[in-house]
Ligand binder design. Structure first.
Ligand SMILES: Cc1cc2nc3c(=O)[nH]c(=O)nc-3n(C[C@H](O)[C@H](O)[C@H](O)COP(=O)(O)OP(=O)(O)OC[C@H]3O[C@@H](n4cnc5c(N)ncnc54)[C@H](O)[C@@H]3O)c2cc1C
Length: 225
């Protein structure tokens, strides 16, 4: 997005990418994860609702371990009929965890150690994220940062919006100031959840007179999922 907007504004753009063009979202994140979710969805339909859909089979076999193994600290996953055994590598060596369900939530760590930024004087916060202002400029003139590496809101559309702002700022325009609080967020659980703005608690803490509304899930077509 940044490259497109910069080119639209007459800038010459070069992209340097060490591995796969398209970054995490296209190659490992947003798109592949939705394919894994589809897998889980299918498995749920086949194991729990097959009869409802008029599906029958003799010997259904599911293998979740390939997906779960993507977590770097998980060295082995065995799906048994009554439990899932997960071997994890921690500071104290290997440990076997036996559980009913596995939820992967490995979080994000900024990859700023190896960029050589220490030689530039660019300010990195204590968690390793690059500090930028509203125009995506770092404290060093000519060095800009957008997306997850800034730790603002680690979602693809937020990164794209930041790219647009950055390209416009570089081109000498006065870009819009982004409001991360009001950017939409999707949580791909079952059922899926969409959110933006303050949570009820945050709104209360911010001093608003909060009124909450509830709406039945049943009348929405998402129920059919
Ligand atoms: C499993 C998963 C699911 C997700 N699902 C969603 C979703 O549904 N919706 C959503 O909005 N967001 C989702 N995200 C988040 C989304 O992927 C990120 O917010 C987005 O990819 C951030 O883009 P970015 O350009 O800032 O960083 P990245 O996509 O991480 O791109 C950074 C690029 O820089 C390259 N690079 C790193 N170091 C160097 C170097 N030294 N030299 C050259 N190149 C280098 C990397 O190879 C990489 O391609 C998901 C993320 C994950 C992990």
């Amino acid at each position: 997005m940044a490259a497109i907007r910069a080119a639209q504004l007459g800038q010459k753009v070069a992209i340097i990418e060490k591995e796969f063009l398209g970054g995490v979202c296209l190659n490992f994140g947003c798109i592949p994860s939705k394919s894994l979710l589809k897998n889980a969805d299918l498995a749920q339909t086949l194991t729990k609702k097959a009869k409802t859909f008029g599906i029958s089979f003799d010997n259904l076999q599911l293998d979740y371990s390939a997906a779960v193994k993507r977590s770097r600290q998980v060295s082995k996953v065995e799906t048994l009929s009554s439990a899932v055994n997960v071997t994890v590598e921690g500071p104290a060596g290997e440990e076997l965890l036996s559980t009913d369900q596995v939820l992967l939530a490995t979080s994000f760590i900024p990859n700023t150690d190896s960029l050589g930024l220490e030689h530039t004087g660019v300010i990195i916060d204590r968690r390793g994220f690059v500090e930028v202002d509203d125009r995506m400029a770092t404290n060093v003139p000519g060095i800009w940062a957008i997306g997850d590496v800034t730790g603002k809101l680690m979602l693809a559309h937020a990164g794209m919006a930041m790219g647009t702002v950055c390209a416009e700022a570089i081109a000498g325009k006065s870009p819009e100031i982004l409001n991360y609080q009001n950017m939409p967020k999707a949580t791909y659980c079952h059922p899926q959840v969409a959110s933006f703005g303050h949570t009820e608690e945050q709104a209360q803490n911010a001093g608003y007179d909060v009124v909450t509304g509830k709406f039945n899930f049943r009348p929405t077509e998402k129920l059919l999922d």
